[in-house]
Design a protein around this ligand. Structure first.
Ligand code: PLP
Length: 378
């Protein structure tokens, strides 16, 4: 089978994992810190502003805690978003305000957000769809004017740049996912960017049991007013969502290869674009504008007979998929009466073709041949 997403790991990861096992320090430690610093350096940003976690989903729920979503708050989210974004809002009893996306890029824009802003709007959570940056300047201007927090779900946009700045580092908070199918993986894992020292400190507490002063050893803590050297203090109820050294080691090996991955993904993306342009029965994604450097995470097309094509590819050994089921259609969120035509159209006609660095030229040829055969039958 040709997978739609796939991890790409090998000897480099095994070597770094072996080194961690030899140290016998498997939990959170210096390898994770090295990974955080290397990630920041790839994004050309200050390492002090990053903190790793166990998944992108943890990072999304962390956002709801850090910005203190409450029952009176409204959070604007494009309907084409990952399910955990909606869940994190309703879990805090805040109002999930779903908006539409641009029909061409499937990204949200300032124009789609603006009509939903009220005095109660606390945050906007944008998603860089398939690794292509949203047009952030107008979104940032709009949110600044209304004192609204901007959170960027950059899960699929690792090393995507918008006008020279990494996505995920443009607003108040950004997050990435390193689950097994993402551009780089740590098995499971995530990263968070926060734009203030206070938020970073809060995030570290939140991700590690809510402990305050946990960076100090027990003996040092006794000098800070504790009765007993072994006492701990919590500043909030916290989770335990810290990355471990084994995951950090895999991440470091992956980061060493990320540029090769991106070059390969771009080549496949461009080959699809060139060869599929001849077919009038499908629509390809738009060209990327000036100042946009995507991560080439999704390659998507749109066509009326989407489900038929997916079935045909599947029968011939090729997986394809669609992301993301519009949140206003998810029964749990109880917004099925809402009309968001672009999101609905996208969910009916969009198909993601296989795109990952482990695809061989022959794999891509196979996908393209199948597309030709399918088109020939229409
Ligand atoms: C856009 C987006 N956000 C968040 C996540 C959640 O990340 P994780 O799977 O690491 O929890 C994912 C995917 O898995 C995603 O695609």
């Amino acid at each position: 089978m040709i997978n739609v997403f796939q991890p790409c790991v090998g000897q480099e990861e095994l070597q770094l994992i072996a080194e961690v096992l030899q140290t016998n320090w498997l939990g959170h430690g210096s390898v994770v810190q090295e990974f955080e610093a290397a990630f920041a350096s790839q994004l050309k940003t200050d390492p002090g502003q990053f903190v790793s976690t166990t998944s992108g989903t943890e990072a999304i729920f962390l956002a709801a805690e850090l910005f203190d979503f409450k029952s009176d708050d409204e959070i604007i989210v494009p309907s084409i978003s990952f399910i955990a974004v909606g869940s994190s809002v309703v879990a805090k009893h805040a109002k999930l305000v779903l908006c539409d996306v641009d029909p061409h890029s499937l990204n949200v824009t300032a124009d789609y957000i603006a009509p939903y802003i009220t005095e109660k709007t606390k945050a906007v959570i944008v998603t860089h769809y398939g690794g292509v940056p949203c047009d952030m300047d107008p979104i940032l201007d709009l949110c600044l004017a209304h004192n609204i927090r901007v959170i960027e779900d950059s899960a699929c946009a690792v090393k995507s740049f918008y006008k020279g700045k990494a996505t995920g580092t443009l607003g108040d908070m950004g997050l990435w996912s390193f689950e097994a199918g993402k551009l780089i993986t740590t098995g499971d894992g995530g990263m968070v960017y926060l734009n203030s020292e206070e938020l970073i400190t809060n995030a570290k507490e939140q991700l590690y049991l809510g402990l305050t002063g946990s960076e100090k050893s027990g003996i040092d803590r006794s000098a800070t007013g504790h009765e007993q050297w072994w006492e701990i203090q919590i500043g909030r109820p916290g989770r335990r969502a810290i990355m471990n050294n084994i995951a950090g080691a895999i991440g470091l090996a992956q980061l060493n290869k990320i540029d090769t991955f991106l070059v390969r993904r771009k080549a496949i993306y461009q080959r699809y674009s060139k060869e599929l342009a001849q077919y009038s029965w499908l629509t390809s994604p738009p060209l990327h504008g000036d100042g946009i450097e995507p991560s080439y995470y999704f390659y998507w097309i749109q066509l009326k007979r989407r489900d038929e094509l997916a079935q045909f590819l599947r029968e011939h050994g090729v997986y394809s998929t669609f992301r993301y089921w519009p949140l206003h259609k998810v029964p749990y969120f109880e917004q099925s009466a809402t009309k968001l035509p672009n999101s609905e159209f996208a969910s009916q006609q969009t198909l993601l073709l296989p795109l990952h660095q482990a695809l061989s030229d022959d794999d891509v040829t196979r996908v393209l041949e199948l597309m030709k055969t399918f088109g020939g039958r229409l």
